[in-house]
Design a protein around this ligand. Structure first.
Ligand SMILES: Cc1cc2nc3c(=O)[nH]c(=O)nc-3n(C[C@H](O)[C@H](O)[C@H](O)COP(=O)(O)O)c2cc1C
Length: 356
């Protein structure tokens, strides 16, 4: 497997890919208030169809899982129809697309929601910090309600139903967002999970929600090769406090040992707080390993050449370079990204970056 670089064809999730470049899941806040993706999103994803694999923005599997302004969901017929237009258009353009399920758990404010249900979490602990709302500007996070043990199978079933919905919409597969301090990571992390039932306390209990959710998603998909996962050990975001590397890697080692036999489509790992994340976790999994977080053309190629990853995930560069693989191929300069328009409504900074 020598000489692999970003432009080497690959295989992931049962799909042949023209390169080893994955487009990172990125929330862009252009959906309608009812969680239906906008028509603009069709153009946005088609423009990026040269990626080896597109991971969509975080999509709420259910109404209570939506926490941010103008983010899409996948539980109503209208939402499913909206996503079908996107999947069909990406396929017609020659691309491949997995849907990321983002259930925010406690990272929510009522002004951003279309359900009156309060946010849910492993424990009723309000996250420190604030989030944007269109109605009232920056607001504190709501205090979540702790899930009863008897409710957890229903939450897991929401992910299974979302899997059936995404595949019915024509997506090639689905990704569980178990990173960035959202619901699955709130179960993994001791600071956010103070439960005393079978879903909290010991490492084996804290990984249980993620393991059972993946099992349910795989059963719903009828194939583990259609289900991927993203993790971000130690990330400093959304009031996650995984500061002790030994404790943190013990949790993720147990998680990956438990899930490797499932043979997922891929594992996407975001490197953040700890410098040895990839070296520590890569040997634990036999499925395609997608490494992300601050990669460039040079560092991505070096990572692939060293055999430490099978795919490289690019986020911010894809916002302003829709044809990123083409630019890498031609050695063309990259257009700098503009954080000011990451989450603003409309075409500006979203679909108005031209290809080469
Ligand atoms: C605008 C923006 C939105 C993002 N939204 C999500 C998201 O919905 N789900 C997710 O897993 N990560 C999200 N991320 C993180 C990216 O997936 C990626 O892990 C991160 O940007 C690091 O990669 P990069 O350095 O290549 O940008 C987002 C990042 C950006 C810049």
């Amino acid at each position: 497997m020598a000489n692999i670089n970003l432009l080497t064809p690959g295989r992931i999730g049962g799909l042949d890919t023209p390169n080893r470049i994955m487009m990172a899941p990125m929330t862009r806040s252009r959906a309608h208030d009812d969680g239906v993706p906008s028509e603009l999103a069709i153009t946005y994803y088609v423009q990026r169809a040269s990626a080896g694999l597109i991971a969509t923005e975080g999509v709420a599997p259910t109404a209570v899982g939506r926490g941010y302004a103008r983010t899409p969901s996948i539980h109503t017929p209208q939402q499913i129809a909206g996503w079908k237009k996107i999947a069909d258009a990406v396929h017609a353009a020659g691309g491949r697309i997995f849907m990321q399920f983002m259930h925010v758990g406690r990272i929510a404010n009522s002004a951003n929601r279309y359900t009156a249900e309060p946010p849910i979490a492993p424990s009723a602990i309000k996250a420190e910090g604030q989030m944007w709302t269109d109605a009232n500007g920056m607001q504190d996070f709501d205090t979540p309600r702790a899930l009863e043990t008897s409710e957890i199978p229903g939450v897991i079933e929401d992910f299974a139903q979302a899997t059936r919905n995404a595949l019915a919409a024509g997506l090639d597969g689905v990704e569980l967002h178990a990173a960035s301090g959202y619901l699955p990571m709130q179960f993994l992390s001791p600071h956010t999970n103070r439960r005393t039932d079978a879903y909290g306390g010991s490492v084996n209990n804290r990984i249980r929600f993620v393991v059972e959710t993946l099992q349910a998603m795989i059963a719903a998909a009828g194939s583990s090769g259609k289900v991927g996962m993203k993790i971000s050990p130690g990330i400093v975001f959304n009031d996650i406090q995984e500061t002790d590397p030994a404790e943190t890697f013990a949790t993720y080692t147990a998680l990956l040992k438990a899930i490797d036999p499932m043979k997922l489509a891929y594992l996407h790992v975001l490197q953040s707080a700890f410098s040895n994340t990839f070296e520590t976790l890569r040997p634990l999994v036999s499925v395609p390993f997608a490494a992300g977080g601050g990669f460039t053309f040079e560092s991505g190629n070096a990572m692939l050449a060293s055999g430490q990853a099978d795919f490289i995930v690019f986020g911010k560069p894809f916002t302003s370079n829709p044809d990123l693989p083409v630019r890498f191929d031609k050695g063309a300069a990259l257009t700098p990204f503009t954080p000011e328009t990451f989450y603003t409504p409309g075409a500006k900074g979203y679909t108005d970056y031209p290809p080469l």
